[in-house]
Design a protein around this ligand. Structure first.
Ligand code: ARG
Length: 560
């Protein structure tokens, strides 16, 4: 039930549309004032009357019904109280019937959203810096699917560039097939780092690397086989982590996929008179838009990161006819995205407005930063394993008797890692702390998983009765049901703002009102009618929290 819409329809204010009114309606900070409020200040300008007078005349004309119980004017606000019993009945019914679909929507109407995320670089370590793009992108995929969109998750692999020439040189000099098979990404990183050290003393190594890169481009068999081998090793390694994180992709079309799709794009840019020569290179001048030029071709004719992104955007539009195409990439690349979006716009594509850079902040560990060249990186896999290991210890201490400890440790550890990257507004930089993410106190993932486990044990203990009637609704009960009722609008807002942290915030709020309810309201010892009503609330919380966490890619557990 959309109360804002209902109120707006009921008010029927001339000249102002129902959509507008419903967008003005707020939830008062103090529930005693009402469940919804319409501030009349914005209406004042439109209706040429004082907010106080508008509120009063609207209140007088309002006829309460079994949905909205009362409407009162107070200091330029119209405060509405909804009929709590009716609200409780409707909300509980929809959550208990909806189950794992509760909160979903069809506003997406089958429109396609492409999401470019994770987008790892071949032969480079999968480090803590990739956590945010991976889990934010994956959460957005799940959120949009839940909202009825058709989602294409794309891993735009970094599989093109001179570094692969370097890698081949390094492999031939200091490694072997067996060593890579055995040491995997660690071995590839080792030889890549060694290459850079050696190249400082022997700069001719760089010429050799360029030679091999050219061989890859020219289709040389041996070089391409080696390159494919490195790619395969990398994908096998990251796949293990994607599985842990509940992350999947629909396409792995990376940078090299566009090798044969760039020439037509360059030609198109030329035909549209957008290309300019500058110091031998081909650029699109963006001075007029306050940006440095977008580099399209180097002086040796080779393409750049932006060239491949332009080709990729055009390809995606043609292939998927997307309604939106999102790029979940760190804010360090802000300029790159602004530049190439502008180029698409200058090419005359009106869908340039549908390209969105979903920027996020950095993740670092308490002990500092990292760089691939020196090999000083914190691997995501190590962070996950260490967190799971610590979770295992906590379980061993707190609750050694639960069945299936291993699954629980994994859900808690992995959940804590995912949660750490989704619990703040995405643009904020975060510092990862093992102790903090695993704490049971405060706003953490274990706290949420524990809340679900608490619901499970209550339902087990008191009987999971299907039948209930809604009795008088007290404040604590109402707070929980009202939170359950806000799930759908939260998911929609998270999709609209590209902000999974709204769901994290929501889950924490729901858990907090639920735990208050749990402390204040007896269940097992109450008389049948109240007990069953309260159990239906418990069940509603369990479903809603489980759904919220699953949109974030976090598993719940039976017992904890
Ligand atoms: N591989 C790139 C990096 O690690 C990120 C790619 C993002 N996606 C894109 N279409 N540019 O920096």
């Amino acid at each position: 039930m959309d109360y804002r819409k209902y109120i707006a329809e009921k008010l029927k204010i001339e000249i102002v549309t129902e959509e507008e009114i419903s967008s003005f309606i707020e939830i008062p900070p103090d529930a005693n004032m009402g469940d919804y409020a319409l501030p009349c200040f914005k209406l004042s300008k439109i209706l040429h009357s004082s907010p106080i007078a508008i509120a009063e005349s609207l209140a007088n004309a309002f006829s309460p019904d079994d949905v909205i119980e009362s409407c009162e004017a107070l200091k330029g606000y119209l405060n509405f109280k909804i009929n709590r019993k009716g609200f409780a009945e409707k909300t509980l019914e929809s959550v208990l019937i909806g189950k794992e679909k509760y909160g979903s929507d069809d506003i997406g109407n089958g429109k396609t959203i492409c999401i470019d995320y994770s987008s790892i670089n071949i032969a480079k370590p999968f480090h803590i810096g990739h956590l945010s793009t991976t889990v934010i992108g994956s959460a957005l995929c799940k959120i949009y699917r839940f909202l009825g969109y058709n989602v294409v998750g794309i891993n735009h692999l970094g599989d093109y560039g001179t570094q692969f020439g370097k890698l081949i040189v390094a492999y031939k000099k200091w490694s072997s097939y067996d060593a890579v098979k055995e040491g995997r990404l660690k071995e590839l990183t080792r030889i890549y780092v060694k290459f850079h050290e050696e190249a400082k003393i022997h700069p001719e190594l760089d010429d050799e690397a360029r030679h091999y890169f050219k061989l890859i481009e020219d289709g040389d068999k041996e070089s391409n086989e080696l390159f494919s081998f490195f790619k395969e090793i990398t994908l096998q390694e990251v796949d293990k982590i994607y599985k842990l994180l509940n992350v999947t992709f629909d396409s792995y079309a990376g940078e090299s996929f566009y090798n044969d799709k760039m020439a037509p794009v360059v030609k198109e840019l030329k035909d549209k008179k957008l290309l300019k020569k500058s110091e031998g290179a081909e650029i699109v001048d963006l001075e007029e838009y306050g940006m440095p030029p977008c580099l399209i071709l180097k002086s040796d004719g080779s393409s750049l990161y932006a060239t491949r992104d332009i080709a990729a955007a055009i390809y995606r539009k043609k292939t998927y006819d997307f309604y939106k195409c999102l790029y979940v990439v760190a804010y360090q690349q802000n300029l790159h995205f602004r530049q190439f979006f502008k180029v698409i716009d200058l090419m005359g594509y009106d869908w340039a407005k549908d390209l969105v850079h979903v920027a996020y902040g950095m993740v670092s560990l308490e002990d500092g930063a990292m760089s691939t060249r020196t090999g000083n990186v914190v691997l995501l896999e190590d962070v996950i394993n260490k967190t799971v290991e610590k979770a295992r210890k906590v379980i061993e201490e707190k609750n050694p008797d639960i069945p299936d400890k291993e699954t629980t440790a994994k859900a808690v550890g992995v959940g804590a890692v995912i949660f750490s990257a989704l619990s703040n507004n995405k643009i904020k930089d975060i510092v990862f702390s093992y102790d903090r993410v695993l704490s049971f106190e405060g706003e953490t993932c274990p706290y949420l998983q524990y809340t679900v486990a608490r619901c499970n044990s209550l339902l087990k203990k008191c009987g999971d009765s299907e039948a209930y009637t809604v009795t008088d609704v007290n404040e604590d009960e109402y707070a929980v049901i009202s939170a359950i009722g806000r799930f759908n609008e939260t998911v929609k807002a998270a999709g609209e703002k590209y902000e999974p942290s709204l769901i994290t915030r929501y889950a924490l709020d729901l858990a907090s009102v639920f735990n208050k309810f749990y402390i204040n309201c007896k269940i097992a010892t109450e008389r049948e009618e109240i007990k069953n009503f309260r159990l239906s609330i418990v069940k509603g919380v369990k479903i809603t929290l489980t759904n919220a966490l699953s949109l974030l890619g976090i598993d719940t557990v039976e017992q904890m």
